[in-house]
Design a protein around this ligand. Structure first.
Ligand code: ACM
Ligand code: ZN
Length: 503
């Protein structure tokens, strides 16, 4: 059975098959050396064959070729032909070749994903012609490492799995109330103080620090760069999220002067929304956030910087003389306008550095720059449509349909699969403003890898299909049949799937 996830746009089975053996060679166009090596690595580990690089051969070869001809392939698209005599992969760009390799992996027996050499397997592939390209540009996964720090090994594993699913945006939630996870050289206390909190063993937490009473961790700037490079090799863009003006207790524990009251604060061990947030009435808050963003922009090559913006209580701003003074100066009568002011300030700041602001949909306001990307999770859909009419772009992350941290009772696999991003009364010409979809994993109740994988798989596999496959080809029954095959691959990749949640 041919079982590929996400289901390709067009797949025509042919008669016959091709078999990998000791003599199979790889040919790559000259710009594709790296991808030739990537493919070889995938195939060698389990087959033990060496896959010599050779000039073009008629027989027993896997060929990776770029073309500039003006056929209608989009950048991420590819054509993959398996014939009796060999395999031909063609794309306009290396990213297309990369996705063809992900498809090729799935045409081989699941044992191809084995981490050690397996003997007595017939490495054969049915003849087939595939033409494929994505439905959406934005095919995202978000990991919250503030609530539970997972570390480099887990992040790399997730990036590998994203690649297998043809997902291309890794939204990295690095900052929240319960932890600050990125080294900022100008403000060392962010990680010295903000990256650890008192442990709660009763919720399954185990200390990962020298001090057994604390839990946490952070990434040095070098480690962040290492992960960005790892993602780039897999054609994944990493988008950092630096929350403001709320969800910042870890910052305030380190630098209480950035709050309205002056603190003192501890990095909280409770979940939820906290009243203490940045004080937009103080100039040093703007300076601090600018300096943090300057370092973040230096590290991350992406053009997109996520600034959060969700769930910001105005309670402290109401009784803060600095905030009230600022409101008077700016002629505001509602505290909420201070958040709009701060968001617009940083949208301009990022744009002046050639970057774009992204935020949760609470950042929306008629005055928001159309360059800003808005991530919808909950609330006013009309405001989203207004942003699109203005020319703004949107990513759909619906709270009750895409959150991987929800129990399967709330989001079953079927519900996850059936999710379609929709906004009311969107004129056809605005469709391109919907960049795509993203599935976030918030980790309040996800203390370790085992739980992470159980929450994520197989639901992320379902979202990946919605992100890539044309809507008219989505079919839950057929997806489930393919999923059973796909899970065998995930098991070889040592992923613990919530198999009991498939029905
Ligand atoms: C969110 O879930 N607070 C964006
Ligand atoms: Zn204030």
């Amino acid at each position: 059975m041919i079982a590929i996830i996400p289901e390709p746009v067009e797949l025509v089975p042919k008669n016959g098959s091709f078999k990998l053996d000791q003599e199979t060679s790889i040919y790559v166009d000259k710009e594709l050396n790296r991808l030739g090596n990537y493919l070889r690595e995938r195939l060698t580990t389990s087959t033990g064959f060496i896959f010599k690089e050779k000039d073009l051969q008629k027989n027993n070869q896997i060929q990776l070729k770029l073309t500039e001809s003006n056929w209608n392939l989009v950048d991420e698209g590819y054509i993959l032909k398996v014939k009796n005599e060999g395999i031909e992969i063609i794309a306009r760009k290396s990213v297309g070749i990369f996705y063809a390799i992900q498809t090729l992996r799935q045409l081989l027996p699941p044992e191809i994903e084995s981490q050690k050499v397996l003997k007595n397997i017939e490495w054969s592939i049915c003849c087939v012609e595939i033409e494929d390209y994505p439905r959406f540009k934005w095919r995202g996964f978000m990991l919250d490492e503030a609530r539970h720090f997972m570390g480099k090994g887990i992040v790399k594993k997730m990036l590998d799995l994203m690649a297998l699913h043809k997902l291309n945006k890794f939204h990295w939630h690095l900052v929240d109330d319960q932890g600050w996870r990125i080294e900022i050289k100008k403000y060392p206390k962010l990680v010295e103080i903000g990256s650890k909190r008192k442990i709660k063993p009763n919720r399954g937490e185990e200390s990962n620090l020298k001090d057994p009473d604390f839990i946490g961790g952070f990434y040095s700037q070098d480690e962040i760069k290492e992960i960005i490079d790892y993602a780039k090799e897999r054609f994944i863009e990493v988008i950092p999220e630096i929350e403001m003006p709320g969800h910042c207790m870890a910052t305030l524990a380190a630098y209480p002067e950035l709050s309205c009251t002056g603190g003192p604060f501890e990095v909280p061990t409770k979940w939820g929304i906290f009243s203490d947030v940045y004080c937009p009435g103080k100039e040093n808050v703007f300076k601090f956030l600018e300096n943090v963003l300057l370092e973040v922009m230096d590290i991350f090559p992406t053009k997109i910087i996520h600034i959060g913006g969700d769930e910001v209580p105005v309670k402290r701003w109401k009784s803060c003389p600095n905030c009230q003074q600022k409101m008077k100066e700016l002629g505001f009568d509602k505290e909420k306008e201070l958040q709009v002011y701060l968001t617009n300030y940083f949208a301009r700041f990022l744009e002046s550095h050639g970057k774009r602001l992204m935020g949760w949909n609470q950042i929306l306001d008629p005055t928001l720059s159309k360059e800003a990307i808005c991530q919808f999770w909950l609330g006013n859909r009309r405001a989203i449509v207004e942003h699109m009419r203005k020319g703004g772009e949107v990513v759909a992350t619906n709270y009750l349909q895409t959150y991987l941290d929800h129990p399967y009772k709330i989001i079953s696999l079927k519900k996850a699969y059936k999710f379609e991003p929709k906004f009311p009364k969107v004129e056809a010409k605005l469709k391109s403003k919907l960049l795509g979809i993203e599935a976030p994993l918030w980790t309040e109740r996800v203390p370790n890898l085992k739980r992470l994988e159980w929450q994520t798989f197989p639901r992320l596999t379902a979202y990946a299909e919605t992100a890539w496959t044309p809507k008219k080809k989505k079919d839950f029954k057929k997806f489930k049949l393919r999923l059973i095959e796909f899970i065998k691959r995930l098991e070889f990749l040592d992923v613990k799937v919530a198999v009991e949640k498939i029905n």
